[in-house]
Design a protein. Structure first.
Length: 692
């Protein structure tokens, strides 16, 4: 590998992060700033310059997918020798197997699903999933069972089960594993850490093998994982971590973003490089993303845009959840440019329970789609049980549905988010149960809503018909797999699309209802920031005035974050602004409306040109120029490229690229030049074209 070529296309901050000899090193990498590029280039550059041996490099990630992508990029850069990359669990398991083998011990059997072991130990009426989740959380926080009850109170956690029950089941579960010679995923990281501490020979061998440590997504590290990293280093400083505190969204699962924020506390003398140049999103998207962070945006890592201007995000309010879903589907269809791929758009929601209704609306609109990670609603045990009951019911379907609604009762949306994939999960969209009772009721409430939607379309609704209808909504891919993705905010992390629709932006969803502490509300802000920064060009936001939740229709209010977001967007006016969002409308200029024939003619010509350019580039027309900008150009036609750059919504970068074409279109419609003026001169900037 040529070290110089590895640096060719890096910006100044990326170059510093790749080449600095500082260690330990913390790289704060905001959304769209090239995190993976920097991580892979730093590894490759160190190998190319002889400061690291690839056989002694270890990269710790949080998903198998991330590890695979990182290794693929290293190979593409020309790194032929083997670098070890894997999740904390996978690496710890491999090292423990070597440890057991060296000691002549039979390796315990790894249990990939703990629920079958926990379920018989749980008292009747207590959900085993709740207990399992709490044991996992305690393990991630590196807590003993004795410490767990006090830690739950200190964290403001709502486990949905008596902490003393968790302690009792945890002790019996540990005894069961010991008796049957088993380990689960939570045992691996702790077991590796403890083996390094207890066995000097094993520790020396592992520290010799892996001398250069890199950790991806360090904001997601939990205290137990940090303990393993520090034990592995044992005072050495060859460590580089990459992360973004603004994308820390897994505190409910034990992750602690303060471990990244206070990095120097754990690794004294560490250096920091900040990547704050965003190469993904338009300035308008980034303004919205910064706004929702609130005071947290003053931390290092506030993003600077390096893409040209785009349309301002818009907010629409709909009558109810059904109207919202169909509005989103129509908008997706309308923004689908001829020749473009459906996969350039995504619909993001806060909870799994919201995905099914949106998927049905997309199906009705004829939009190929998929729910990322599968149809999570239909995979839930309580939903399958309820569907079986509806199919067995011999009376009117409406009666069975009303009975189910009554069983669910009135509820508020209060489910927990979706987890990333890992060795402990069989799906990219597994659902932890931080508030399991609310999650189950929300899922059944979503099923009732879908049942009513189905009943409006079938003159003779039945349980079997509903089952078939639901299965039809869970598919919808195009023949080549091209499809709009419907995905939760959490599962969208690390992904990006040119066009993003955020649905259900209501108090109770965003922030989620059970987020009541300052720390929980801060995490909800960061989660919305992650969702917003998935958009490259176009961002559409919606919410509903009311939703049917269980047995009652509930009036809804917009997310309190929406007002802050709206005030940061320009130049388009908000669509249907309400409540707190209305305050932003006065600050957003209203586009000029064409009032005479000449202005209308120029507007139409510019619109036709925009359509042609959008089709050629396979992007939505408003990605080229939005309507407000077209009207401004037609009303006061520019003469020079500087004039074009001065038009709101264009700027110097777009003026250089599009300005000559815009001036050409306008010149073709210019009135005859006054005597003495150059032939074909365009109207003076600010002058009105004559009528006719």
């Amino acid at each position: 590998m040529d070290p110089a070529r590895l640096l060719d296309d890096l910006d100044a901050a990326q170059l510093e992060a790749v080449t600095t000899p500082a260690a330990p090193l913390r790289v704060l990498a905001g959304a769209g700033s090239g995190k993976t590029r920097v991580l892979t280039r730093r590894i490759a550059h160190r190998v190319a310059t002889g400061t690291a041996d690839p056989r002694h490099v270890l990269v710790l990630t949080f998903t198998r997918k991330a590890a695979g992508e990182l290794l693929a990029r290293l190979r593409a850069l020309g790194l032929r020798d083997s670098v070890t990359a894997g999740t904390f669990h996978a690496v710890a398991y491999a090292q423990l197997r070597a440890h057991w083998s060296d000691r002549g011990q039979r390796a315990p059997e790894l249990v990939d699903r703990r629920l079958p072991l926990i379920r018989p130990l749980v008292p009747k009426g207590v959900p085993a999933t709740d207990v399992s989740t709490e044991l996992e959380w305690a393990s991630a926080r590196d807590l003993t069972l004795d410490d767990y009850p006090a830690a739950v109170v200190a964290a403001g956690r709502r486990p949905g089960v008596d902490p003393e029950v968790v302690v009792d089941v945890g002790r019996r579960y540990a005894h069961t594993k010991q008796r049957r010679h088993l380990v689960d995923f939570d045992d691996l990281v702790r077991g590796c850490r403890d083996a390094l501490r207890a066995d000097p020979t094993f520790a020396a061998a592992q520290r010799w093998r892996f001398r250069h440590l890199f950790v991806d997504e360090f904001q997601d590290v939990n205290p137990l994982q940090l303990s393993l990293v520090r034990t592995w280093l044992d005072g050495a400083d060859d460590l580089c971590v990459v992360g973004d505190p603004h994308q820390a969204i897994y505190a409910w699962n034990g992750a602690d973003p303060e471990l990244l924020v206070d990095f120097e506390r754990w690794f004294p003398g560490a250096a920091t490089v900040v990547l704050d140049d965003n190469h993904r999103s338009t300035p308008q998207v980034l303004a919205a993303a910064a706004a929702v962070l609130g005071p947290a945006a003053t931390r290092p890592g506030a993003l600077r845009a390096h893409r040209p201007d785009g349309p301002a995000p818009t907010v629409h309010v709909l009558a109810d959840e059904s109207a919202e879903a169909h509005h989103v589907a129509r908008t997706v269809r309308d923004l689908h440019a001829p020749g473009a791929r459906w996969s350039s758009q995504a619909v993001l929601v806060r909870t799994n329970a919201q995905t099914a209704l949106l998927a049905e609306a997309l199906r009705v609109a004829g939009v190929p789609h998929r729910i990322r990670g599968g149809s999570s609603l239909l995979d839930r045990a309580e939903v399958r049980t309820a569907l079986a009951g509806l199919r067995r019911h011999t009376g009117p379907f409406s009666v069975a549905l009303d009975d189910l609604a009554a069983e669910v009762g009135p509820l508020e949306p209060d489910p927990e988010p979706s987890a990333p994939d890992d060795e402990s999960s069989s799906s990219d969209d597994a659902t932890p149960e931080g508030d399991a009772a609310a999650e189950r009721r929300a899922a059944l409430g979503a099923l009732v809503t879908l049942g009513r939607e189905y009943a409006r379309t079938d003159p003779r609704p039945s349980g079997d018909g509903f089952w078939g209808w639901l299965r039809a909504t869970s598919g919808g891919d195009g023949p080549d797999g091209d499809a709009v993705e419907v995905v939760t905010f959490h599962a969208a992390k690390g992904l990006e699309w040119p066009i993003v629709h955020l649905a259900g932006l209501e108090a109770g969803y965003v922030p989620i209802g059970h987020a009541r502490t300052p720390a929980a509300l801060d995490e909800e802000r960061r989660l919305l920031h992650v969702a917003v920064t998935r958009a490259e060009h176009v961002l559409r936001l919606t919410w509903a005035r009311q939703r049917t939740l269980g047995t009652r229709v509930v009036g809804r209010e917009p997310s309190p974050f929406l007002a802050e977001l709206a005030m940061a967007t320009a130049p388009e006016p908000l669509a249907n602004p309400v409540s707190g969002v209305a305050r932003a409308r006065a600050q957003v200029p209203t586009p000029v409306v064409p009032v005479d024939e000449a202005v209308a003619q120029r507007t139409d010509a510019l619109r036709d040109w925009r359509e042609r350019r959008a089709r050629a580039a396979a992007v939505p027309p408003e990605v080229v120029l939005d309507d407000a900008t077209l009207v401004a150009l037609a009303t006061e036609p520019p003469v020079t490229l500087d004039d074009v750059a001065a038009v709101p919504g264009i700027g110097p970068v777009r003026a250089r690229r599009l300005g000559p074409l815009v001036l050409e279109v306008l010149a073709e419609l210019s009135p005859p030049a006054p005597e003495g003026a150059p032939s074909g001169a365009a109207p003076r900037r600010g002058a009105r074209a004559p009528r006719g």
